[in-house]
Design a protein around this ligand. Structure first.
Ligand SMILES: Cc1ncc(C[n+]2csc(CCOP(=O)(O)OP(=O)(O)O)c2C)c(N)n1
Length: 325
């Protein structure tokens, strides 16, 4: 298989892993085996996958509250990711952070964040550090339509443009911020046009088309690595699940059905079959491999211990407080 063929198949594999991971997380949450805030990424797999395929392992990635897909696509360990969500000591933050606090310096993952828009200044700092050290690293900063209305978005773009930082802003416009449709918060339907205010390139791509995301982010990465500064890539996509496991919102059933028709994984499978890069048997094989990876991750997490009370510092608290936990 050619290098390009291997890259395409690798992207399909990553998308399966994210999708099956998320479906399992949904089940585990329903069984009370995962607690806390969980925001599913189903429907947006092409964004994390296409963007991360354009990054090097040592490039930085700043994630969001909806970050499982970012972590897996960047090369995060699926077992440690699941263990973190299940509150186990073997997780990325030793089970203390949960879904929104996946962090792995080995792969440049500078964390998720429960504060909407908080990743944008962090990305600025990471990119400034890379530039200062002359390290040749790029920072990819993920955020969504809601975050694009935060002051941090504008402050970050302003300084990154001014200092020509190696930053790629990746906006996942999934059309909702919690329960609020983007049409009620954005004066214009497009977010990429905001790049013009800072004199940097802004493009819009079909966020359900993994190859389109890969191409756009690759261009932005080349520019950033070449010292030409930041870019904004808006990926138009859709969040298939509710905002989080405990907060859904009314969405027009027709809108939902139309986006389900544009499932990024099914579209990509079709394209690869048509191109002759894979055959139907390969799809079955890739899917079952990804399912096995997720199954093993759950087994690993379930076999892992919870952090001990001593370790959490609970031993120092009065007994009455601990009893309340
Ligand atoms: C500063 C801040 N304001 C509000 C919230 C509550 N909140 C959590 S997620 C969210 C919606 C974010 O929307 P968006 O950035 O579009 O991301 P999406 O959930 O659609 O992926 C809000 C308002 C928060 N966590 N932080």
């Amino acid at each position: 298989m050619s290098d390009d063929g291997a890259r395409l198949v690798g992207m399909l594999r990553t998308m399966y892993r994210i999708r099956f991971f998320e479906e399992r997380v949904k089940e585990l949450f329903g069984q009370n085996l995962i607690w806390g805030g969980v925001h599913l990424y189903i429907g947006q797999e092409a964004v994390a996958t296409g963007a991360c395929a354009a990054l090097r392992r040592d490039d930085y990635l700043v994630s969001t509250h909806r970050g499982h897909g970012h972590c897996l696509a960047k090369g995060g360990d699926i077992r440690r990711t699941m263990a973190e969500l299940m509150g186990r000591d073997t997780g990325y933050c030793r089970g203390r952070g949960g879904s929104m606090h996946l962090f792995d310096p080995e792969i440049g993952l500078l964390g998720g964040n429960g504060i909407v828009g908080a990743g944008l200044p962090i990305a600025l700092g990471a990119a400034l550090s890379a530039q200062y050290r002359g390290s040749d690293q790029v920072c990819a900063c993920f955020f969504s339509d809601g975050a694009s209305n935060q002051g941090t978005f504008h402050e970050s773009l302003n300084l990154a443009a001014l200092w020509k930082l190696p930053l790629v802003y990746i906006c996942e416009n999934n059309l909702y911020a919690a329960t609020t449709p983007a049409s009620k918060t954005l004066p214009l339907p497009d977010i990429y046009v905001r790049a013009a205010a800072y004199g940097i390139p802004g493009v819009s791509v079909d966020g359900n088309d993994v190859e389109a995301v890969y191409q756009a982010v690759s261009q932005a990465v080349t520019r950033a690595r070449g010292g030409e500064g930041p870019s904004l890539v808006e990926c138009k996509t859709y969040r298939i699940e509710g905002h989080c496991m405990v907060l859904d919102c009314h969405r027009d059933p027709e809108e939902l059905a139309a986006w389900k028709e544009r499932d990024p994984i099914r579209m990509f499978e079709g394209r690869l079959l048509e191109m002759g890069v894979i055959a139907t048997d390969d799809i079955a094989e890739l899917r079952s491999q990804a399912e096995a990876d997720v199954r093993e991750a759950v087994e690993y997490a379930q076999a892992s211990p919870f952090p001990s009370a001593d370790d959490l510092g609970l031993a120092d608290l009065p007994a009455a407080v601990v009893a309340g936990f």
